[in-house]
Design a binder for this molecule. Structure first.
Ligand code: MN
Length: 263
């Protein structure tokens, strides 16, 4: 589906009534699949269901007809439909549903860095971010792709053979974007929303250099969780698990090491 393709139609719909908590999103996803419609559905904060749909006019019309009816258990009061430009989606996804865990571990090894890990298909896909994440949308942070980790490692905080780790942030995340995951990662552009204690809202990972150690940029998207001019790794250094900072943990480690060596 190409931008501005005249044989396709894109709409944004709002469905009001008794529409949340009645299986509306899943039923809409199923119908979209039947009709060959792409886009997304989500529960809006005002109690409505929001839908982005694009496809042939007939297919989009069929989905709108379904929205006016709703699944059994729903009571649709009103559907508003606006025609909008085609965005080029390659899936029909339910948004606002957790895809799994995320964790950011601050890690002192040969160098100090933050490890961003996102759960994808049962493992933690990982990026080492030397300067750490930012909530400032104008800041682009280098993120070097590193080997996947086991989910068990998410809970690890403490001393390692070669340094220390603290759990700087953690929570759940949602996969976003027009391309389904993990294909979005394979293609080098992945959009996601974090629900952490420090990091919240939309982020993007954009691969800038492929190869054995692929380089990406980590960006905060512009949304209500963005904090222009902020420096969250400086202002909120403490572990969300223990309240300790990596510096405190490293200080303990060096004291233990010097007391073991008897000095
Ligand atoms: Mn690391």
């Amino acid at each position: 589906m190409s931008e501005g393709s005249s044989s396709h139609r894109a709409i944004r719909a709002r469905v009001a009534g008794t529409v949340q908590g009645v299986g509306f999103r899943e039923a809409t996803r199923r119908q979209a699949g039947r009709f060959g419609v792409l886009g997304w559905v989500c529960n809006a904060e005002d109690g409505t269901v929001a839908v982005h749909a694009e496809g042939t006019p007939a297919a989009v019309g069929s989905l709108i007809a379904f929205l006016r009816e709703g699944p059994p258990g729903a009571a649709v009061l009103e559907v508003t439909v606006d025609d909008i430009p085609i965005e080029g989606h390659e899936q029909f996804a339910i948004r606002g549903v957790s895809a799994g865990a995320f964790v950011v571990q601050e890690h002192a090894a040969t160098t100090r860095h933050f490890d961003l890990r996102l759960e994808v298909d049962g493992v933690m896909r990982s990026w080492a971010v030397p300067k750490g994440p930012s909530l400032d949308p104008s800041v682009k942070r280098l993120a070097v792709q590193v080997p996947e980790h086991d989910i068990d490692h998410n809970a690890f905080e403490g001393q390692t053979d070669h340094g220390c780790v603290v759990i700087w942030d953690r929570g759940s995340y949602e996969q976003g974007g027009r391309v389904p995951w993990p294909e979005a990662l394979d293609r080098g552009h992945a959009v996601f929303a974090l629900h952490g204690e420090k990091l919240r809202g939309g982020f993007a990972l954009q691969r800038t250099r492929p190869g054995p150690k692929p380089q990406w940029l980590l960006l905060k998207r512009r949304d209500e969780e963005a904090r222009p001019g902020s420096d969250i790794v400086a202002t909120q250094p403490a572990s969300v698990l223990s309240g300790r900072t990596l510096d405190e943990l490293l200080g303990e480690e060096s004291r233990q090491r010097s007391s073991r060596s008897g000095s």
